[in-house]
Design a binder for this molecule. Sequence first.
Ligand SMILES: [Zn+2]
Length: 471
Amino acid sequence: MRKTYDLILRGGHLTDPANGRDGLFDIAVAHGKIAAVAPEIPGARALEVIDVRGKRILPGLIDTHVHVSPWIGGGCGHKMLALAGVTTALDMAGPVTGVIDIAAAHGVGLNIACINYVRPKDTVSGEDPDTAELAAYLDKSLKDGAIGLKILGGHYPLTPEASARTIAAANARGAYVAFHAGSLATGSNLEGVREAFQLIGGGACHLAHVASYCRGQVLDAPAEGEEALALLQAHPNVYSESYLATINGTSGEIANGVPGSRMTRKCLEIGGFSPDEAGLEAAILAGWCQVNAEDGGLIGLSAGPDAVAYWRNRKTDVTVSFRVNPPEPRLRIATAKRPDGSFAVDSISTDGGGIPRNVILEFGLALVKLETLTMREFAVKTSLNPAKALGLKNKGHLSEGADADITVVDAAAMKAAMTIVGGQMVMFNGLVLGRGSTIITTPEGAAAVRGKGLAALVVDPAATPFLRMRP
Ligand SMILES: [Zn+2]
C-alpha cells in the first residue's frame, strides 16, 4: 500500500489559535507540510506514527529575539534553541554573513532570520550616519541575506537623529528594523523608551525586549512597566517582544580599560561594582556577573576564578549575564492586554539562542500554570504573532498546507519533548538530530544564502506584515 503521509503525531492535545483548535487531534505530515488534522487519522497510511498522548502540541515556537552570531551567541545557540523547542528564530544583531556561516557549520535544522547591526565605527562611520550611508548599509545588508537592520541603542548608541534616520530608511525599503532603545541622549531605560516612541513616530519598528528598560532606573520598576505598556498601547505601529528570564546578556569585552558596552557598565554600577575592568573581574569573582561559558556544545553560566580565567583566555570577548530583571514588570509585560483584547506586547521572546536563557517554555508555561495566560494565548504570543511579524504566512499555525513546524511539549515538565521543523525531527527527547539551516531572507538575499549551500525561505519585505500586523 502506498503511504500517504510521512508522519502522524497521534493523540496529542493540539492548541492552534488560528484555526480555533484546542483538543485531542491526530496530525499528519507529508512533504514537510501539514497534510491533515483530524480527531483520528488511520495509521496504516503513514510511514511513521508517534504516540504523543499526554503531550501538548503547539505551532512551532518562534523566538523573535535570539543571538547566534560570531559576535554574540555563537554556534551553540542552534542546539540550545532546538532543545528549547524553538523552530524559527530572529538573530537580533548579526553580522549576517557570520550568522549564515555559523548556520551552515552548526545548523540543526532550524529556520533563522537575521537583522544587521548599525554600530558606530564598525558597520557605519560614526555615531551620526546620514541617510545615504544608512541606505547603502541597508542595501548591503539585504544583499548579504539580512531582512533589515538593528539599532543597538543602549549598547552602542547613535545620535537620536541617526536612530530616526535608520528607522525611516528601513521603512522606505519595507525592510525589517528593530530598536534596542537608547541613544547618545538617553540610556537603555524608560527615558530611552520615551525617546524611542518619539523617534519611531508613526513608522514601523520592532521595540526589543521591553522588560529590559524597566529595572527601576527612572521610576520604580512596576511604574516603568506600566508607562512602557501605555506607550505601546498608544502606538500599535510598534511590534514588541519581551523576555521572562531573570538574567540579561551583554558583552564582557574590555576596550581601553572599561567594558565597551554601556549596558555592561550600567549593570556593574547596579551591583555596586566599579564600571571598569577591575570592577568586572570583581563582579565575576563575586557571582554578580556570570560568564556565558561553553561546555560540551552548550553554553551555561559560570562565576568565580574559573570564569575569570575563561573570560581572560578569550581576551574578554565573551557574553556575560547579570541578574538585573525585577519580576513584577516582566510578568505584567508578558500578560498585559489592550482594550481590544490583543496583547500590548506582541510576543514572548528570550534574547537567548547562545545566551543561556531559552526559557519560553520553562517560564512561559509557568504563566499558564498560574492562569495568567491560557495555553491558547501562549500559542498566540510564541508562534502566531511572531510569524506575522516576520511575514511568515505558512508558520504560526497548523492549517492544512502550512509548514510542518511543530513543538511537542511535556507540559508537566515545562519543556520541549520534540522539535519538528518542516516535517523533520530536529530534537527528540533531548537528542538533537537535525542538520543544516534554512535562512529567512528577502529576494535580494536569496543568492547569498544559496551560495553558502543553505536553503532560502524568501519573504517579501514589502508585504512583511510586521508593519501592519494588526487589523
Ligand atoms: Zn539581544
